[in-house]
Design a protein around this ligand. Sequence first.
Ligand code: NAG
Ligand code: NAG
Ligand code: NAG
Ligand code: NAG
Ligand code: NAG
Ligand code: NAG
Ligand code: NAG
Ligand code: ZN
Ligand code: ZN
Length: 634
Amino acid sequence: MRLPKTYGLNQAYLLLLAHSALASHRAEAGSEGEGRLPVPKRELEWGDANFLAISDTHGWLLGHQHATWPEPNYSGDYGDLASFVTHMREIAASKGSDLLLVDCGDHHDGSGLVSSSPSGANRADEIFHQLEFDVATIGNHELYSYEVARVVHEQAKGLGGRYLTSNVNITVPGRDGVWESVPIGERYRKFKTPQGRKVTAFGVIFDFQAHDLNLTIQSPTLMSQEPWFLETLRDAPDYFVLAGHMPVRGQGADWTPVYDAIRAQHPDVPIFIFGGHTHVRDCAQYDDRSIAVVPGRYLETATFVSSDLPGKSDSGDPLNINRRYIDANRVSYQFHTHTNHSTFDTPLGQNITSNLVHLATALNISTPLGHAPIDLYLARYPYGHRRSALTVWTNEVLPATVVDEERRGRRIIIGNTGSLRFDLFAGRFDKNDELTISPFKSRFWYTRLPASFALTLTPEMNRAGASKLLPASFNASDGRGTTVDRERMMYEDDLSVRREYDRWLADQREAYEAEYHALEGDEGARSGQVVLGRTKGLTPGYVTRDACKGKGDDIEHIPLPHSLSQPDFSQTPLEHGEEDEIIDVVVMDFALDDFMTAVHTLHPGSELSKKDFKPYAEGTSIDTLWGAYAGMKW
Ligand SMILES: *[C@@H]1O[C@H](CO)[C@@H](O)[C@H](O)[C@H]1NC(C)=O
Ligand SMILES: *[C@@H]1O[C@H](CO)[C@@H](O)[C@H](O)[C@H]1NC(C)=O
Ligand SMILES: *[C@@H]1O[C@H](CO)[C@@H](O)[C@H](O)[C@H]1NC(C)=O
Ligand SMILES: *[C@@H]1O[C@H](CO)[C@@H](O)[C@H](O)[C@H]1NC(C)=O
Ligand SMILES: *[C@@H]1O[C@H](CO)[C@@H](O)[C@H](O)[C@H]1NC(C)=O
Ligand SMILES: *[C@@H]1O[C@H](CO)[C@@H](O)[C@H](O)[C@H]1NC(C)=O
Ligand SMILES: *[C@@H]1O[C@H](CO)[C@@H](O)[C@H](O)[C@H]1NC(C)=O
Ligand SMILES: [Zn+2]
Ligand SMILES: [Zn+2]
């Protein structure tokens, strides 16, 4: 990486050091040898209006750094994205068209950059906004904590009215000390593009209830009836841009009221809708003059949307609208901008990359904790398989790292499987990986029960399922504002998003195997390995089947194996001994409610209550267990 000229010698030296750390990290991912990555085959279809959209970055601004597929495909960092955007804007200008950049929220809670400390998250947001978005909006992960939302509100003031929160307010002290409710960003943005097109934009979020005190979210339905909203719609722009933190179809997609309100006044004006929150690649068209896409997650995808615009004498014909899910890496970026390794980087892109590397160093998240011997997957294999992260977590990590020196007798530990939320790849394992896999600060509690009874509880908990996944169980007046409750709400939201994402991946794999089955008969479909072996030249990754016409994925992939047989709760093995011996039953605090429900289902007369639990292995929380294990075994 070449250094920007503005740096002095000492800074340059520091940067070199930092860069060589990143370079060695990335060499592992093969992004040094960009040759390993598949090259796109189709040029983009440019239109009069063009967009690049991302969403749900959750702090993955350093890109994906491991060598196991499909990670290298997403190895572009945020600086690379900035270089890509700069070139794409130039290409648009040379074609006499526009390229607008859109983000749909959820910057916080995720990789080590944003999960290691609040100041890290704030700094990551500042770097995020070094790249100028035309329209950006907020996600639920910016709304669990008043303090986080307040910082976002302050930062939004410096973004030139481009950060839109049409249905989210924050209560802050006003000029004369009186508290007042104000939009976190702006409610709308009306602007002219470089090519002189008039745009009206809004930023909305689904009717999210689990937010902190002194934040207000209006449902999209109520928002779309507001006088200010209807007034803003009145004069027709060349097109509308809606950025929103919600899916574009199915459960939770709440675009209809907003879309209907616009269509009631402007039946023919194009509407470009960008969603988020579900972490998938998705697309739907509500009519032939609009498109609604979800651009994926974790800086894995940069989604390109293009459309022609109605001419002066509008014949009312359908618009030619396209979407393309571009794998976020330098090879794809260079292909689509006709640049190469030496012409691709821009000063802004390099500056952003070095700022990110500095931040990672300052946060101490790049320090290696060990070297993982094999890949462990969250969901490629069923629970019980030796390559399942959950199996290793339950059978080895918990027993080795959750130890109470005062209590060395027989015990079991029952935990939520959702406390793991990313694959753990072979090779270098650092603090960033640890926080990415498990950022939650859940702690441990124990009670005393007969072994034979204790062993019936996890199966019962799994039979009942995790109650906290049901939205109905959320109680808005209940304890909001404490750190533990906030963590818990986040955890629950995380889990329900992941369920949808998992379903999406499993569907891809099922469809693929069914297709192969039809082509090749039983033999072809017998095992994933056979299928993979027979498909020449394709690498593993996303295989999107959305509701828009044509192929959305920029690069053709084979879907990853995916197993949905993952329990909600797991339990560590119990050493042999007497069946009715009274043992320690250790429960992770997020699992405690479901544990109590299981006790009372199996034993209705039981007087056991949460009061009968005492802290176990005090000071141990689940966010540091893999690191501790790595220190012992790797
Ligand atoms: C949001 O803030 C605006 C401007 O202060 C105010 O008029 C409006 O009532 C607030 N909306 C809600 C839902 O609190
Ligand atoms: C919420 O606002 C009220 C004033 O309306 C204030 O007294 C209170 O401290 C605020 N709570 C938080 C969590 O900021
Ligand atoms: C990269 O592109 C530039 C400009 O087109 C060209 O001069 C140069 O030779 C290329 N470099 C490589 C390594 O292909
Ligand atoms: C590069 O980053 C530094 C640190 O954030 C910032 O002060 C500077 O303005 C940036 N320069 C450019 C060209 O973006
Ligand atoms: C950085 O992290 C490593 C591993 O967690 C730790 O050993 C070291 O003391 C930390 N250094 C600082 C300065 O915090
Ligand atoms: C919600 O929590 C409050 C305070 O703990 C409690 O009084 C109320 O009954 C709960 N509501 C529901 C529906 O569980
Ligand atoms: C990633 O790159 C590998 C290696 O070329 C390829 O096999 C795989 O399909 C790619 N996956 C994605 C998601 O881009
Ligand atoms: Zn998200
Ligand atoms: Zn979200």
